[in-house]
Design a protein around this ligand. Structure first.
Ligand code: FE
Length: 253
């Protein structure tokens, strides 16, 4: 399997490119609309055909590139069936792997950050990876105060589904704000300051309710745009224009 971890600095989002060496088919997990040219160049450089885009959840901090990539290269849009997006070509559910060539992505319903959030696990020979979205970050987790977020649900998702994976399964999060790129289930289960060690559900709920985070500055544009698989609003205020920047500059966008 060909594997790339790509970073989008505006929202500190990691996009993951997985390519099948046998068929040349590829999937992008959590592509970002303003990084579409970078992603297409990477696919071309690796001689891969984008079969699918796949989002972990309806993002509040950036707009997915799913729809624009479909328009540009004919990729199909996969997204959690839970969210019932009319623009999706395929709804993924836990228990039914998404196949891209010889790659099998196993969805894990991991609600709590959003109610429809899914992580995806891929085993490739001896390599075991889980793309944890915003359910589990390195030494952290996504916020639980918007989009039907629920701290108790997130605790159960992480403990019952992610922390039951093997210790050496590599954790690839949807974001990191300190340039960290990868962790492991064993490391997060032991050391994650919110969810690891002996941290109880009650303690975690108290931590999350005490965070007092600011209102997300892009959420009111991102969520409706992402419910349409990645439509940039036409009325973006100047200070948010960079979130859709490259697309408005692209003659084909
Ligand atoms: Fe998120």
């Amino acid at each position: 399997m060909i594997f790339r971890q790509l970073f989008e600095p505006l929202s500190s989002t990691y996009t993951y490119l997985l390519g099948c060496t046998e068929t040349g088919q590829a999937v992008l997990i959590d592509p970002v609309v303003n990084s579409i040219e970078r992603d297409l160049e990477e696919l071309q450089r690796l001689n891969l055909t984008l079969a699918f885009t796949l989002d972990t959840h309806i993002h509040a901090d950036h707009i997915t590139a799913a729809l624009h990539l479909k328009e540009r290269v004919g990729s199909r849009i996969a997204a959690p069936a839970f969210d019932a997006l009319v623009c999706a070509d395929l709804g993924v559910v836990e228990g039914t792997p998404l196949q891209i060539g010889a790659i099998l992505l196993h969805p894990l319903h991991t609600p709590g950050h959003t109610d429809g959030h899914h992580a995806y696990r891929v085993t490739d020979g001896s390599a075991d990876r889980v793309f944890t979205g915003d359910a589990l970050l390195i030494d952290g987790c996504g916020r639980t105060d918007f989009q039907n977020g629920d701290a108790a649900a997130l605790y159960r998702s992480v403990h019952d589904k992610l922390f039951t994976l093997p210790d050496d399964c590599l954790v690839f999060p949807a974001h990191d704000y300190q340039q960290r790129r990868v962790s492991s289930i064993g490391q997060e289960r032991a050391r994650n300051p919110r969810l690891g060690g002996e941290r109880s559900l009650e303690a975690f709920v108290a931590i999350m309710s005490g965070l007092d985070l600011p209102y997300p500055k892009f959420i009111d544009h991102a969520v409706p745009g992402n419910r349409q698989c990645g439509v940039c609003p036409t009325d973006l205020p100047q200070e948010l224009a960079a979130y859709c920047g490259r697309m408005t500059e692209s003659p084909q966008g």
